[in-house]
Design a binder for this molecule. Sequence first.
Ligand code: ZN
Length: 126
Amino acid sequence: MKKNDGIIIGAILVLAVIIYFTQQWQNRVDENNKLYVEIYVNNELYDRSPLNIDKEVVIETDGGINVVKIENQSVVMKESNCPNKICMKTGHIHKPGSTIVCLPHQVYVQIVGDDNEGEDLDAISE
Ligand SMILES: [Zn+2]
């Protein structure tokens, strides 16, 4: 009559173990593969922050204002008073190489891997 309880508890335990190891694995991946958020304004580096911190960057340009938000290992253009709002519609990005572009304000947000700026890459592209 209480057989099902044991099965449910067992299933929860198995699930907990799976979640635990998944998180451990994710933490290790994050350590090995550090990602950074680079924000360019008018083709000049404005800000560079690790992707794994929570941060808000306010960018004021001649054209207006942009607010870039880094949270939960992803980046989003939280606010912009540009006319087309394409940058805000891009939504959250979290993979290396992903970009958010605000053309009217000349603001460019990009996720880069830590090893993107090494000699290795140059050697390969030569
Ligand atoms: Zn925009």
